[in-house]
Design a binder for this molecule. Structure first.
Ligand code: CO8
Length: 260
């Protein structure tokens, strides 16, 4: 089946999925989100021969620089909440995949990009990778599960700081905090991901599937937090600050927030 914004490369028993919008730093527009849903929700579950997936972004500047800001500047309230809910559903498909999904991060993993990497089971970062949830710069909050998963990986204290300041983490600090599994020299990220997948593929596929299910089950009590995120996301899209923040990004200037 054909995709517009995803490149699917098969190297049996592994598949590499490349988000292919390099000019927009692979920002997640709705077309890309639909294609990720199709791949992880429909195509991959039908493939008994696949033992693992590598997910990355085209080029080396960004795995994904966030949700596509240019596309959601006019979002409001219930529409915002629905978009966040749909996005969360796509990322749950990745997290609940029966085969391991490894994110390869060569550059920026920001906003929805950091959320996407966190929905994968393992993360390999190049030494120039940078992670962050800079949504507050736009007057909004993470909406694709970031408020919940960032805490799961790095703890409440640091996660709250990152989400409130919009600051970025370098690869080494992301490793120290437990956000990524390995940091490797630039250019070696894919090799490391393939090496890990090959090792996992020597184990029993049903056992790997059950490890994934059981690890996910540990966090199942956080489902209410995901719902709170959806509602909050809808609410912040009603603010004047969101209009100003998104407009400022498009106009390449600093935002002037008023608290309205
Ligand atoms: N959306 C759309 N376009 C983007 C995005 C994005 N997130 N990020 C970068 N681009 C585009 C730029 O507009 C630019 O396009 P053009 O050449 O047409 O002007 C191109 O990619 C290259 O970007 P820059 O020129 O800005 O490159 P720099 O190297 O100067 O800066 C940065 C790189 C630091 C990554 C910068 O692009 C940046 O700050 N990007 C935005 C990062 C961000 O704020 N991400 C969070 C977005 S919000 C989000 O992800 C919410 C998720 C939950 C959504 C819930 C439902 C909607």
């Amino acid at each position: 089946m054909s995709y517009q914004n995803l490149l699917i490369t098969e190297d049996n028993p592994f598949i590499t999925v490349t988000i292919n919008r390099e000019k927009a730093l692979n920002a997640l527009n709705q077309q890309t989100m639909s294609e990720l849903a199709r791949f992880f929700g429909e195509d991959l579950p039908q493939r008994d021969d696949v033992r693992g997936v590598i997910l990355h972004g085209a080029g080396d500047r960004a795995v994904v620089a966030g949700a596509d800001i240019k596309e959601f500047t006019s979002l409001q309230g219930e529409d915002g909440a629905n978009m966040a809910r749909r996005g969360q559903a796509v990322f749950f498909m990745i997290e609940r995949s029966k085969v391991p999904v490894i994110a390869v991060i060569q550059g920026f993993a920001l906003g929805g990009g950091c959320e996407l990497a966190m929905a994968c089971h393992l993360r390999i970062a190049g030494e120039k990778a940078r992670f962050g949830q800079p949504e507050v710069n736009l007057g909004i909050i993470p909406g694709y599960g970031g408020t919940q998963r960032l805490i799961q990986y790095i703890g409440k204290s640091k996660a709250a700081e990152l989400m409130m300041t919009g600051d970025m983490l370098g690869a080494e600090e992301a490793y120290r905090l437990g956000l990524v599994n390995y940091v490797v020299p630039m250019g070696e990220e894919m090799g490391k991901a393939k090496e890990l997948l090959a090792k996992i593929a020597t184990k029993g596929p049903r056992a790997i599937e059950k490890v994934i299910e059981s690890v996910n089950a540990y966090f199942s009590t956080s489902e209410d937090g995901f719902e709170t995120e959806v509602k909050s996301f809808g609410e912040v899209t009603l603010t004047e600050d969101f209009k100003e923040g998104a407009q400022a990004f498009v106009e390449k200037r600093s935002a002037n927030f008023t608290g309205k």
